[in-house]
Design a protein. Structure first.
Length: 310
């Protein structure tokens, strides 16, 4: 493709996510794990603007610490742009401007949201028009969370998290997110989980080869019932994240004793997500956590996936 559909920059917004349920299967021979997860896209966003350029470059800013975010081909968004160009035969380049609101290395899929936004923005900017099915295929090649960032809303992920199926979610769920500038490496957290399971194999049930989302989670989402969902929140990575970051246990205890329906480590952490009964209850909890010196943010879900805006 050599003729672009637009000469003006394209702006795309993509959401962060919370895993309201995450069961991790046993470690396979290739080192990966089968997953069963319930994703919810929430109202912390990544804004990405794409404009024509000779090569492939990017810049990053935001309301969170971005000092550790690479701006070369290690960045998933830049890799997404190059992948789309290679797959479609597009011969130009792009400059990406990313404004981040999702915590970096926080277990909320910010990098995956950037990649999804880059696919949507470059497809619109270049006029490649590959369609949603092809965008999903390319997203899955970039990482397990990228297809969900494209889709948004609420969905069930299986396989390595990239095989998505729709999940009906009614109403609105209100969250208070406690973020931390000291991120956690996802591979390190999975490694800690494997070691935890090996050490305690006599005390805990073995991991299933093919995990599945608890039916009670789907029921709570369909009902739009925050109290019901709070009873069935689950993250198999939480114990591993707490072993690497014991301070998160105190954060969970404070939130749950200060009005949260329940708290959970988001994905591989270290972001902690508290489910609140209402927007008002979430605002009250945020005030308590802020007063304790924590960086607490309000968010709600579900929200749409990567979309062109403006």
């Amino acid at each position: 493709m050599s003729i672009a559909s637009t000469s003006t920059p394209v702006r795309v917004r993509a959401p962060g996510k919370i895993n309201v349920f995450l069961e991790v299967g046993c470690r396979e021979d290739d080192g990966y794990h089968q997953l069963a997860t319930a994703f919810q896209a929430v109202s912390l966003y990544e804004d990405l603007t794409a404009e024509h350029a000779v090569g492939f470059t990017m810049a990053v800013s935001g309301s969170v610490d971005v000092s550790a975010v690479p701006v070369d081909d290690r960045n998933l968004a830049l890799r997404a742009a190059r992948l789309l160009a290679a797959e479609t035969g597009y011969r130009g380049g792009v400059h990406l401007e990313v404004v981040k609101q999702v915590p970096v290395a926080g277990g909320m899929g910010g990098g995956s949201a950037d990649a999804a936004a880059a696919l949507v923005a470059c497809d619109a900017l270049w006029g490649t028009d590959v369609g949603s099915q092809e965008l999903h295929r390319l997203a899955a090649r970039l990482g397990a969370d990228v297809p969900f960032a494209l889709r948004g809303g609420t969905a069930i992920g299986t396989g390595r998290g990239d095989e998505l199926s729709a999940a009906l979610a009614r109403g609105r769920f209100d969250w208070v997110l406690v973020v931390n500038e000291d991120g956690l490496s996802t591979p390190e957290v999975y490694g800690a989980l494997d070691r935890h399971r090996e050490r305690h194999h006599l005390d805990i049930a073995p991991a299933r080869k093919t995990p599945a989302v608890d039916a009670a989670v789907l029921q709570a989402l369909r009902a739009g019932d925050a109290a019901m969902l709070a009873e069935v929140l689950r993250n198999d990575l939480q114990a591993a994240a707490l072993s690497l970051r014991p301070d998160l246990a105190a954060t969970l205890e404070l939130g749950e004793s200060s009005g949260a329906l329940a708290g959970i480590v988001s994905g591989s952490g270290p972001t902690v997500a508290f489910l609140a009964e209402s927007p008002e209850a979430a605002a009250e909890l945020q005030a308590v956590l802020d007063a304790a010196g924590l960086d607490a943010l309000l968010a709600h879900g579900p929200v749409p996936g990567a979309r062109v805006i403006g």
